[in-house]
Design a protein around this ligand. Structure first.
Ligand code: ZN
Ligand code: ZN
Length: 316
């Protein structure tokens, strides 16, 4: 099948999956009352899902993997080239999933690597889109390790879009705000039942539920946490226990240098930048007023409290 057809089919499947998950979240929510346009929705959609993904795809495939292929092309070894496509996909899904389990576990125990993972845990309202929130460096490392072997070993070219589709579908599923009971399948397949707990702000789960697609790794290596009830609906039950920036660029800056967003507002240039999107929203509301927004609403940034903790307590 030509590559373009595969891309069209995977795009259609993904669009159907997004529609299905959104409907499922409305019908059977894990946390009731979670708004569709929840806190951080636009950051996750515009910055992480659209802009960051677009540029990192170019960087990873064109500027990292292609040069690697020129020097380390292993396709002539014919290790997997004669395998059926389904077997190639299965092989890369399982091996990459084991890698991601181990790397994810390492990130939770290493202070430096935690800095490029904490963004993923920063959302206090987790839904199908929340999984897209990942630090640039985390994506570069993980996707290079994911896709380079597929290309260097000379797998069928359709394996890349099929694998990417499976990643996207699983990513949305395990973060989806849906109530699901996997029954016995929970020992094999990961689901919101386990992964939503991984996003909860509880010490007992900070070193648990690292799996992405196959929950079997957590059961096998003894890192599963499944108390049989939900974490709770309060903001403090979710996300990080310390303040975290709300802005995309500040989230990345925070991984290099700790700072307090609120104290930076004393600088006029920062205040101008930080309040820019709220002013844009204000203008949009003025352009397209609705009945419910009368009288006039002015968006204000929700500012974090002054205290910024170090992550010492987390990494126990
Ligand atoms: Zn994690
Ligand atoms: Zn997650």
């Amino acid at each position: 099948m030509p590559q373009e057809n595969v891309l069209t089919i995977t795009s259609i499947i993904l669009a159907c999956w997004v529609t299905f998950i959104i409907g499922w979240e409305r019908i059977s929510p894990y946390r009731k009352g979670l708004a569709f346009f929840r806190e951080g929705f636009w950051i996750d959609l515009v910055w992480y899902t659209l802009i960051q993904s677009y540029f990192l795809k170019i960087l990873i495939f064109d500027y990292i993997i292609m040069p690697l292929q020129r020097h380390f092309d292993l396709s002539h070894l014919q290790l997997i080239t004669h395998w059926p496509i389904a077997l190639q996909v299965l092989f890369f899904v399982i091996t990459h999933d084991l890698y991601i389990y181990l790397f994810h576990r390492f990130q939770h125990s290493n202070k430096v690597f935690w800095r490029i993972h904490e963004a993923h845990h920063s959302g206090k309202e987790v839904d199908f889109l929340a999984g897209s929130r990942s630090h640039i460096m985390e994506i570069i490392i993980n996707q290079t390790i994911e896709f380079a072997p597929i290309i260097l070993l000379g797998a069928n070219p359709v394996v890349v879009p099929i694998k990417a589709l499976i990643d996207a579908m699983f990513g949305m599923f395990i973060h989806a705000n849906v109530k699901v009971n996997m029954g016995k399948l929970k020992y094999l397949i990961n689901s919101p039942q386990l992964h939503l707990w991984h996003h909860a702000n509880y010490q007992e789960v900070f070193h648990a539920n690292f799996a992405t697609k196959l929950a079997v790794w957590d059961y096998l290596f003894g890192t599963v946490y499944d108390p049989g009830h939900a974490p709770g609906n309060k903001p403090e039950n979710w996300g990080l226990y310390y303040d975290y920036p709300k802005d995309y660029f500040l989230q990345h800056a925070f991984s290099i240098k700790r700072f307090d967003e609120k104290s930076l507002l004393k600088y006029p240039w920062f205040k101008w930048y930080y309040t820019l999107r709220f002013r844009i929203m204000d203008q949009l509301i003025k352009l397209f007023p609705t009945k419910s927004q009368e009288p006039e609403i002015h968006f204000q940034p929700t500012l974090p409290s002054n205290k910024v903790h170090e992550e010492d307590n987390i990494l126990q």
